[in-house]
Ligand binder design. Sequence first.
Ligand code: SAM
Length: 187
Amino acid sequence: MNTLETGAGLSTIIFAANGCQHTCIIPDKALADRVQDYCRSASIDTSNVRFIISKSCDVIHQVSRSAYDLILIDGCHGFPSVFVDFCYATKALKLGGALMIDDMHIYTCNLIACFMQSDPGWNVELMTYRFAVGIKISDTIDKEWASQPFVVRRSAGAPRFARLLNNLLTHGTRLTAKKILGRVLGF
Ligand SMILES: C[S@@+](CC[C@H](N)C(=O)[O-])C[C@H]1O[C@@H](n2cnc3c(N)ncnc32)[C@H](O)[C@@H]1O
């Protein structure tokens, strides 16, 4: 099985122990060495594990496309790194491959999982408080926002309505409900 992960740790050891052809992207060489030392001490073969010592957002665009059966995103969880990981991990995944996102309690990770839940390109098989697993069923990653229900639901009219409501509550304007509705609906 061809696997990829951003970040490293126990997960890397599990991939190695299961004989995966594994690529691990991690900026911390000392951690990669520790993982390899541990595997050696536990007689776990790491000859199929390749470490790329770098921040994932600097290199993940270079990994092979449609090549991986399973990808774990568990590196930098900050904005926008985790989204860069998601974009290129999606391209690197085979159709039918699985994407695992760890740390659902972190807003950025949760946002990705929620996007996948509403996107026609994914079947989210599992979503818990800690992690989500989505199966890639079609290539939708480069689609425009208008074909992404997740984005449309959060866009149409909502910002305008929120601005008007905020104005009304903050400044006590004398707009009637009819006028507000007129503005929201654009007449
Ligand atoms: C939550 S830990 C990963 C835990 C690991 N999956 C495990 O099972 O033990 C996050 C990892 O991301 C790594 N990391 C931090 N910034 C990164 C980046 N920009 N690119 C890739 N990995 C990064 C950290 O060194 C750390 O190993």
